[in-house]
Design a protein around this ligand. Structure first.
Ligand code: PGA
Length: 251
């Protein structure tokens, strides 16, 4: 029986202004607090919302995080935000290597590896995203692709660092399409991810890609899956609350 604590992380992507973020927390935090006894609940928000979220979640067990960072501690890197800056705002988590950053902003396994180390060094938990494209999926290359991302992005870490990670398996063809992977497939892929990078048995590995209230139960029925990274179904606080409940096996 797994002792890993479930985790449900919202990925707001490029949605919500600070006033909208505050409104969300007002509708979300008190109901979510009870669920935090059984799972970590994290809101990963745009940089511009972090201070508002930090303030609104003061004294709440709901955690928050960013969606990217830069690996250097400080310096002449116009437009970038360091892991230490995120830590100073109280971020507990930071998404790294999301497929949208890999696709649109040139993120590579090499930059993922550096960002993961920078975050771990300051005590922010990386949520490291991996996943195959539709072409790779159709060509039967899922495991090859995902193993490569995990080994190249995380293979340099020590045992205790690996145990501190959250990894999100997000098939690219499932993100934002309404077409989630099957629970059995996701469980099989995640089981194999756990055997990569020198062993990820103690890390939490979640599924992402069109996770909805209707399908979230596979988080609690599939033994290798510890929760979810949720995009569109996290944008409405009531929907996200229902999804976390479903993912924890509540009716
Ligand atoms: P989705 O996004 O839930 O809207 O598919 C997931 C993600 O991109 O992390």
């Amino acid at each position: 029986m797994s002792v890993r604590r479930p985790i449900f992380a919202a990925n707001w992507k490029m949605y919500k202004t600070p006033p909208q973020a505050r409104e969300y927390v007002r509708a979300f935090a008190s109901s979510a607090a009870g669920l935090c006894e059984r799972a970590d609940i994290v809101l990963c928000v745009p940089f511009i919302d972090l201070e508002t979220i930090a303030d609104a979640l003061t004294a709440s067990p709901v955690a928050f995080g960013a969606q990217d960072c830069y690996w250097q501690a400080e310096g002449a890197f116009t437009g970038e935000i360091s892991a230490a800056m995120l830590k100073s705002l109280g971020c507990g988590y930071c998404i790294v290597g999301h497929s949208e950053r890999r696709q649109h902003f040139g993120e590579t396994d090499e930059s993922v590896a550096k960002k993961v180390s920078a975050l771990l060094a300051v005590g922010v938990t990386p949520i490291v995203c991996v996943g195959e494209s539709l072409e790779e999926h159709n060509a039967g290359l899922t495991l090859q692709r995902v193993m490569q991302q995990v080994n190249d992005g995380l293979g340099h870490l020590e045992d205790d660092e690996r145990a501190a990670l959250v990894v999100a398996y997000e098939p690219i063809w499932a993100i934002g399409t309404g077409m989630a992977d099957t629970p059995e497939n996701a469980n099989r892929t995640i089981s194999l991810i756990r055997q990569s990078a020198g062993g990820l048995d103690d890390a939490r590995v979640v599924y992402g890609g069109s996770m909805k209230v209707e399908n979230a139960a596979f988080c609690c029925t599939q033994p290798a899956i510890d929760g979810g990274l949720i995009g569109s179904a996290s944008l409405d606080p009531a929907v996200f609350l229902s999804l976390v409940k479903a993912g924890l096996g509540d009716a």
